[in-house]
Design a protein around this ligand. Sequence first.
Ligand SMILES: Nc1ncnc2c1ncn2[C@@H]1O[C@H](COP(=O)(O)OP(=O)(O)OP(=O)(O)O)[C@@H](O)[C@H]1O
Ligand SMILES: [Mg+2]
Length: 304
Amino acid sequence: MTDIPTRRLVLAGVDGSLSAEHAVRWAALEAARRQVPLLLFHACYVPPTMPYVPVSLPRSYGDAVVEQGRAWLDDAERVAVRAAPTVAVRKDLRTGQAADHLIRESASAGLVVLGSRGLGGFSGMLVGSTAVALAAHGHCPVVVVRGRTPDDPPPETGPVVVGVDGSPDGDAAVEFGFEAAASRGAPLHAVHTWNDLSMSDTWSVAPLGLDYDRIAEDERRMLAERLSGWQHKYPDVRLVQHTIKERPARGLLARAEGAQLIVVGSRGLGGFRGMLVGSTSQALLHHSKCPVAVVRPDRAVLAS
Ligand SMILES: Nc1ncnc2c1ncn2[C@@H]1O[C@H](COP(=O)(O)OP(=O)(O)OP(=O)(O)O)[C@@H](O)[C@H]1O
Ligand SMILES: [Mg+2]
């Protein structure tokens, strides 16, 4: 796909949408922080059967699709260069399905950055299928760039938030969070929620009688233990720890108000075998008001 001789370039998906434009700008700034090249990628979908058009076209539909794709890539390049003039920018255009190409190419990237929406979809849809496919199947961390509304640019100030569920698999997300906070000079808010027991609020006939203070204390200790090694590795990052009795998606969304990035693992402690993106990460991909980084435990390619 590319002649850029590094495994860790930032790969951004371009489809001519405003959301992808925000993603390109975000990706350019991130490539500058990482001091790696930026690869702008567009997949042109040329259907095997051409749509019926009741007039003769000036040139083939396939040629027009490719020409439009090149123009989108040129526009994206201008956005990237304006945002980060020192970053080396490359462009690549392929025919086929975007998700297929992006998943394959994510194996040689350090980060994939996409808009939350594209040109497809329908009004009211919260996140597009390309973005969801990459979060589930990408071979490296994936950032889905979001703002307050689908058309708003993402926030660029505020803390980085990382969701910590206590599973060993979550360490890749924690490391990504520290790295992101360090490179931005931003504080890191580590959020651990510990109430999955919605029944404890609703079981009036058989109250569970749990000692919440004690549970809270245990959870706080667990969070501090999980983070201490990382804090040692990143002594300059100002770490704020939040242990809250709340369900994960709600707790994380609340704490991400005013943040510039929220980082989660692709899977947590729940879910079923074979599930690729847990419900918490899915909820954030649909509802977050800032960019969401989804970090798969086995697939993080970290800048070390
Ligand atoms: N053809 C493409 N080539 C490269 N990147 C793409 C392409 N299509 C989408 N993307 C990337 O994925 C992001 C999200 O678009 P996505 O396709 O998921 O949403 P959508 O078009 O609104 O909905 P859907 O395609 O599911 O109907 C875009 O902002 C862009 O970054
Ligand atoms: Mg699309």
